[in-house]
Design a protein around this ligand. Structure first.
Ligand SMILES: O=C[C@H](O)[C@H](O)[C@H](O)COP(=O)(O)O
Length: 224
């Protein structure tokens, strides 16, 4: 089983939670794209839902798949949010934002009644931090933040794409941090959030309700 097949297995299992009448938050990334595909098939077969996309990329894909969309401001509530993750640990804590969509993803996660994370088996880690932690920063402040984070030993790297600064959907930059040596992750999260110009971090702490992992040919469901 390839990792991509595991992602698809997890996505197929996750969409079983979706019923007609629901407002569904749509995540971003290669795993979430499988979920959007699966939902698209169900919509084609009569499932009545509306989606709230977490990125311009997902908006485009969901539109192509025929999923009716609304914006967050027009959604009175989001019943279920489904998204991928870059890492998760046994406490269901996550690093997200490898694709740079962390800010809108975190806003949707926070505003959803049920949060389902879907992943391939490689995303499970003993402790968070092999993956570089993305933080979204306001361009005006980014150089100063970079210096400060360097002093804190977090080795920030400005994310570059196609030779240019990566720009998020909200017009910001991403700094990827090395948090491999950090033991108190909640303290790190609150310290980072106190720095003016850091808009959001990719730490999703105590936010996931269910994690569905594709392992070989089966989907394993982990609940709080
Ligand atoms: O910004 C991107 C998102 O947080 C993704 O959900 C995350 O990076 C996982 O992506 P993938 O499913 O492609 O591994």
């Amino acid at each position: 089983m390839s990792l991509d097949q595991e992602k698809q297995i997890a996505a197929k299992e996750a969409v079983k939670y979706i019923k007609s009448g629901m407002t569904v938050g749509l995540g971003t990334g290669s795993t979430a794209a499988h979920m959007v595909n699966e939902l698209g098939k169900l919509v084609l077969n009569g499932l009545k839902i509306v989606g709230v996309p977490s990125s311009e990329t997902t908006k485009k894909l969901a539109t192509e798949k025929g999923i009716p969309l609304i914006t967050l401001e027009n959604a009175s509530s989001i019943d279920v949010y489904i998204d991928g993750a870059d890492e998760f640990d046994s406490y269901m804590q996550l690093i997200k934002g490898g694709g740079g969509a962390l800010l809108r993803e975190k806003i949707l996660t926070y505003n959803s009644d049920l949060v389902i994370i879907i992943a391939d088996s490689q995303k499970e880690v003993k402790r968070l931090g092999d993956f570089k932690l993305p933080v979204e920063t306001i361009p005006f402040a980014t150089q100063k933040i970079e210096k400060l984070l360097n002093k804190m030993g977090l080795q920030p790297k400005l994310r570059i794409k196609d030779g240019k600064n990566f720009i998020t959907d909200e017009g910001n930059f991403i700094l990827d941090l090395n948090i491999a040596d950090i033991t108190n992750i909640p303290a790190l999260e609150s310290n980072l959030k106190q720095i003016p110009g850091i808009v959001e971090t990719g730490l999703f702490l105590d936010m996931a309700d269910i994690i569905i992992v594709g392992k070989g040919e089966t989907a394993i469901t982990i609940k709080k």
